[in-house]
Design a protein around this ligand. Structure first.
Ligand code: ACO
Length: 441
């Protein structure tokens, strides 16, 4: 797997032929190994955005963007999302196989046992301003966990304990930050609830009365979280690997991934989709105007939730969610005008040459926001939900990176385009000497 083949690729550069080994993946993906290219030829490869660069070998997730295929550990996403609980899928991603009954029970119990936030860390919520974005809170809280749970990086049991803390606590931090924002008391996790049910209970229960988590909501949440769980070397996962490659601790690595996910071209897109749909609704529902705006090169407006770096046919996650949205809204008896706008946008864009030529299809975020909204999750929490789902994926990659003998600190090269050599000739009195003499500081 990912091994060198007998094939050799030849690069002709300035009259010299350089032979480069060829690698093949399980699904016949081809990679040209350029590790020695610079040493042999002084040339580097140039690939902004890493559109065509493989940074590692990985056995976690397989994507074929042209065929719309997504598999976790070999299983098609269609056979997992909506079919197994989130905690079982997390186990699969982290440990490479589905758990046996006993293992699953233990894993579920462990995740609840380690889902309590350190009581001192809970006080941190008090010190964020009321305007703090929940992603800001989540990233800071996860980074702070390393101060509370220092660990021996060589001790496998320590590593495993901290993995359970991360997967277990991310949902508690998310729910507590919401409770704090609305001024309600925190609700603590319970061991007789599943992962998803615990999260919903912590979000929506109050101490005043019993709260029964609606099964339809628990199932929809599990599906959403599984769909978000991993997507090979995306921006946030690559960030986790990049930070982890310096041997930074797991909390520092994962909190960096959370910050990367926050951007509106990545996980922040689900929030941006809802804001866009709301803007169209307030603008009288004229969705065609926004399609034209997205096509206008003079405008920076993009149809949020459309397009993907890898999927150039369809996003299988969006396909699964499209059906789930309809079911969820009808079972909960919700009529959402934003869904109407979303469907109109999708239908019109898919027939438009601009989108067809550029292979722009709805991505997962086009529908995930509407699902979250139906579950009663506030818009600014959408990317936090994405982070909860993505947590096992980030950790699986962090573990894989740690165990891979090929891992080296990640350090890309560049083509320097700045000034050629120039020299500094000190003037009689330099500006900084003048500032110092004026005693302005
Ligand atoms: N609306 C309008 N035009 C678009 C869109 C869009 N959503 N996405 C891409 N394009 C156009 C670009 O303007 C460009 O056109 P050009 O060739 O005429 O210059 C062409 O399509 C290619 O776009 P790139 O930005 O080069 O594609 P890239 O692979 O770099 O970006 C991305 C992918 C960031 C997802 C992009 O499609 C986008 O911005 N989409 C909207 C944001 C979004 O939904 N992000 C969520 C991604 S999924 C996820 O992270 C979970």
């Amino acid at each position: 797997m990912g091994e060198k083949t007998r094939e050799i690729a030849t690069l002709n550069l300035r009259g010299t032929a350089y032979e480069l080994p060829v690698l093949a993946g399980t699904e016949n993906e081809i990679g040209i190994d350029i590790q020695k290219l610079r040493e042999k030829s002084a040339a580097i490869t140039y690939d902004p955005g890493y559109v065509n660069t493989g940074s590692c070998k990985s056995a976690i997730t397989f994507i074929d963007g042209d065929k719309g295929i997504l598999r976790y550990r070999g299983y098609p996403i269609e056979e997992l999302a909506g079919k197994i609980p989130f905690s079982a899928a997390a186990y699969l991603l982290l440990f490479g196989r589905l758990p046996e009954e006993k293992e699953f029970l233990q894993w579920r119990t462990d995740l609840t046992r380690h889902s309590f936030i350190h009581e001192t860390l809970i006080q941190f919520f008090e010190h964020f301003p009321p305007t703090a974005h929940p992603m800001n809170i989540l990233g800071s809280m996860v980074a702070s966990m390393s101060a509370f749970y220092p660990y021996d990086a060589e001790d496998e049991q320590h590593i495993m304990l901290n993995i359970k803390r991360l997967v277990g606590q991310v949902k508690t931090i998310a729910a507590f930050s919401y409770k704090k924002s609305i001024g309600e008391p925190y609700i603590y996790p319970r061991s007789d609830h599943s992962y998803g049910a615990n999260f919903l209970r912590m979000m929506f229960a109050t101490p005043a009365e019993e709260y029964v988590v609606p099964e339809v909501m628990e199932d929809a949440l599990d599906m959403l979280l599984i769909l978000h769980m991993d997507h090979e070397q995306n921006c946030s996962t690559s960030t986790v690997r990049m930070v982890g490659s310096s041997q930074a601790n797991i909390y520092a690595s994962v909190s960096s991934g959370i910050n990367a996910l926050w951007g509106r071209l990545h996980g922040g897109a689900n929030e941006a989709v809802l804001n866009m749909l709301e803007q169209i609704r307030q603008d009288g529902g004229d969705y065609k105007k926004y399609i034209e705006l997205a096509k206008d090169k003079k405008s920076s407006f993009r149809l949020m939730g459309f397009g993907h770096r890898v999927y150039k046919n369809f996003d299988p996650r969006a396909n699964l969610l499209r059906g789930a949205v309809d079911r969820l809204l009808s079972e909960l008896g919700i009529h959402d005008p934003l869904l109407e706008i979303a469907k109109n946008l999708e239908e019109t864009a898919l027939k438009d040459d601009f989108f067809i030529e550029r292979k722009l299809y709805p991505n997962i975020d086009f529908y995930s926001g509407i699902c979250y909204r139906a579950l009663g999750i506030p818009t600014e929490m959408f990317t936090v939900l994405f982070s909860i789902g993505r947590m096992p994926g980030w950790i699986a990659h962090w573990l894989e990176m740690r165990e891979d003998p090929d891992t080296r600190i990640q350090r890309p090269r560049q083509i320097y385009v700045g000034s050629p050599l120039r020299h500094y000739h000190p003037p009689e009195i330099a500006p900084w000497d003048l500032v110092k003499q004026s005693k302005l500081f």
